[in-house]
Design a protein around this ligand. Sequence first.
Ligand SMILES: N[C@@H](CCC(=O)N[C@@H](CS)C(=O)NCC(=O)O)C(=O)O
Length: 210
Amino acid sequence: MRLYVTPASPWVRRVRVAILELGIQDRFEFVQTKWPHAWGTRTVVPHPEFMGDTPVARIPALVTADFTLTDSHSICDYLNGEFGNFRLLARDGVARWRALATISVANAIIEAQISRRAELLRSDSERSSDFIAKMRDRQLRCFEALEKQVQGFGTEFDLAQITTAVACGYDDWRYGNDWRGVAPKLATWFDAVSQRPSLQATRPAETPQS
Ligand SMILES: N[C@@H](CCC(=O)N[C@@H](CS)C(=O)NCC(=O)O)C(=O)O
C-alpha cells in the first residue's frame, strides 16, 4: 500500500502513529510529498503521481490494491478494522461513542490549527487577524474540554489518545505552548505519552517545499 505523507501534517501523523502502534509499518510504501507555502491559497501540483491518485489532493492519502482512501478518518477506520481487530477504536457500543466524542474534539483542534496555519501563510494584506483569533479561541476551548476528559483515558493508547496527542504535539510545535496554561493535566499526560516510540518516530518537522 502507498501512503502519501509529510512530517508537518498532524492528519498524516495520526495515521502514521496508528500504523506504528499496530506494528504494520512493513506493509506500506511511504511517499514523501513536497509543498510550496502557496498550498494555503492555491492548488499546487506537488507530485504528478499523487495528483493522479487523489482528486482531493490532500494528505494523507492511502492507495491500496482495491481503492484509495483520501482522509485520515477513513484510513484510521480501515487500519483499525482490517489490521487492528478494533483495538484502536471499538467496533460499536458506548466505548465507541465515548472515543468518538474525544476524537471529534481533538479533530476540531487539528482543523483549527491547519486553518490558522493556512491563514498565516497568506500575505500581510490578505491575512485576517479576526479569523486567526477565532481559530485560536477554538483551539483553547477544545483543549479545555480535553482537560476534563483526560482523567477518563484508559490504559490502551487508542485512536482517541493518538488524536489528542497529535493535537497537543502540533500546538507545541507551531504555536508555542499556550494550550498548556489552560490544560495542565493534559500537558502532564502528553509529556508522559510523548516517550512512546510511535510519537518519537513521528515528531513534526517542516515539509520540503520543492
Ligand atoms: N480531513 C482531512 C484533512 C487533510 C488535510 O487537510 N491535509 C492537509 C495537510 S495537514 C493538506 O493536504 N492540505 C493541502 C491542501 O489543502 O491543499 C483528513 O483527516 O485527512
